[in-house]
Write a protein that binds this ligand. Sequence first.
Ligand code: SAM
Length: 213
Amino acid sequence: MEDTEFEKRKKMADRLKEELNLSDRVYNAMLKVPRHLFVPYNYRDSAYLDTPLPIGKGQTISAPHMVAIMCELLDLREGHKVLEIGTGRGYHSAIVAEIVGKSGKVITIERVPELAEHAKQTLSSLGYDNVVVIVGDGSKGYEAEAPYDRIYATASAPKIPEPLIDQLKKGGKLVIPVGNYMQELIVVEKNDEIKTKVWGAVRFVPLFGEYGF
Ligand code: SAM
């Protein structure tokens, strides 16, 4: 008999927990969010494979392991206000919304209106009313809701955009892929000084816009 969507999702989350030593917060979110509803209908059978998938407009939904790793690097907590740059169809926003809870908020910004619209519809049909989807150029951040506890980008920038650091709270963290052909995932911590660490090599679509390519 074919596995139900929940059983497939549990297998995926269990495997990621073991491979990445996931925290309970991130594991529970991966277990809960129905990734198959965030991919185009013809890719639903592949939704619980640990791989990026096309979502239209030349863009992709990130691989589950990368979503989980970024959530761990951000050290997300209940109540955090988070800015995501690159909504796609909204899967990663939903995972973060689960972790920050109803006392937290996710502001996510996407430059392709059709993708933002898909994300809005799916997130609202699943009851994620702590997520706000904005259409615009996220390479500049989103000043109207700043400052943020956490910021992350799901598209790779030529260098770390200054406005993102400006829009972080003191004690805040930013996770962003940087580079063109050779990309690295960078973790920035903002205190009295700015500390940056390289997590490792990654592969993301390019960040376009004023501070992008
Ligand atoms: N967060 C998505 C998920 O849940 O799988 C992944 C989205 S995809 C890897 C990256 C997205 O960044 C694309 O949808 C792309 O259109 C978007 N993007 C690229 N440059 C952007 C910019 N300057 N502002 C906002 N979105 C941008």
